[in-house]
Design a protein around this ligand. Structure first.
Ligand code: DAH
Length: 360
């Protein structure tokens, strides 16, 4: 009898003394577990006389329930206390300034920015975006673009060649994005309307030339596409790109093997020392080459020049970036100078769109 009372006092004291959920669990196992103190006494019931059992049974059951209740109560109290402590230790001081994250620190290179701007404008005009490989064959870089073997226009391209292969052919680093015209036409069906931005390479290096640079090609092929469409498209593009309605352009006759007629396009500008302002003044500056696609190119790409015609254009992205953002030296684009990038770079979160602003 007193034993049972002592057992109860001991177990309840142990429950009261448990300061962690872990310690409480140990007390539970020690009392109610298979070999626990209370369970042991309950096992003894079987050996008791019926009278004893009658008396002890309910008492033991009562004790068991009392202890189980006390444990459940203590457990929920400990759980609450632990949660409370954790919440306290994990509070965030929202008055602290935000730490800089890679997203707010990182900068988009002006060339990437300008590529995004240009593709956003052409996407708005219904152009798709295509790509081609940096390493090209002579066929796509020259032959299919109507530069036959030995054609003098090839010399103007200062091509980087790879070593000759056994069959005498040589791969090369594409000297312009024009090969994407042929690759895309071969792979698809007319009509075509796309731009193709990318890296280009020429063995040339001085203040205004770097061995690697960037171009964007444009191609529109349909049954009735004509030079009026070309002129409208370019004017529309330049107005959007330079973010001014004042853009005025001039077509000058030129020569490219893959277009006939071929033209270079100048924009009206004002020059004042290093500063160039588009749409003002009496100077003209060349910004792109274009023309009506040569029938030989259409043929090389598997199309019938009697049925299909269209225009192409190609621009230097680096120069457009320099012009738009007042960047004086081309070579800085490739120097990976973080201070320069912080100054001329763009926030990764400001994605250029026509509706939201190209360069805001
Ligand atoms: N591929 C020429 C170059 O790199 C640029 C060019 C001129 C592209 C006229 C064209 C074009 O598509 O029609 O010099």
């Amino acid at each position: 009898m007193t034993d049972l009372q002592k057992l109860e006092d001991d177990v309840l004291a142990a429950i009261g003394g448990a300061t962690t959920e872990q310690a409480l669990e140990e007390v539970r196992v020690g009392a109610l577990g298979k070999k626990g103190s209370i369970s042991q006494v309950m096992k003894g019931l079987g050996k008791m006389s019926p009278e004893e059992r009658k008396e002890m049974g309910p008492k033991l059951n009562g004790l068991k329930n009392k202890v189980a209740d006390a444990i459940a109560l203590a457990k929920s109290a400990l759980h609450e206390a632990a949660l409370e402590a954790r919440l306290k230790s994990e509070t965030i001081d929202i008055t602290q300034p935000a730490r800089p994250t890679p997203l707010s620190e990182g900068r988009i290179h002006p060339i990437s920015q300008v590529m995004d701007e240009i593709t956003a404008i052409f996407a708005d005009l219904g152009f798709g975006v295509e790509e081609g490989p940096d390493i090209e064959t002579d066929h796509y870089n020259f032959e299919a673009l109507n530069f036959p073997e030995g054609h003098p226009a090839r010399e103007m391209h200062d091509t980087f060649y790879f070593n000759e292969k056994e069959d005498g052919s040589r791969l090369l680093l594409r000297t312009h994005t024009s090969p994407v015209q042929v690759r895309t036409m071969e792979a698809g069906k007319p009509p075509f309307r796309f731009v193709a931005p990318g890296r280009t390479f020429r063995c040339d290096s001085d203040q205004t030339h770097t061995p690697q640079f960037h171009q964007i090609e444009g191609l529109v092929i349909d049954e009735k596409t004509h030079m009026g469409h070309l002129k409208w498209t370019l004017e529309e593009f330049l107005r959007a790109f330079f973010e001014t309605d004042k853009v005025e352009i001039l077509f000058r006759p030129s020569f490219f093997p893959f277009t006939e007629p071929s033209m270079e396009v100048d924009v009206r500008c004002a020059r004042n020392g290093n500063e160039i302002r588009i749409g003002e003044g009496d100077d003209w500056m060349e910004i792109l080459g274009c023309g009506m696609v040569h029938p030989n190119v259409l043929k090389a790409a598997g199309m019938d020049p009697e049925k299909y015609q269209g225009f192409a254009f190609g621009m230097g992205i680096d120069r457009l970036a320099m012009l738009k953002y007042g960047i004086p030296d081309l070579r800085a684009f490739f120097e990976t100078d973080l201070r320069w990038l912080r100054h001329y770079g763009f926030s990764a979160l400001d994605i250029p769109t026509l509706a939201g602003g190209l360069s805001s």
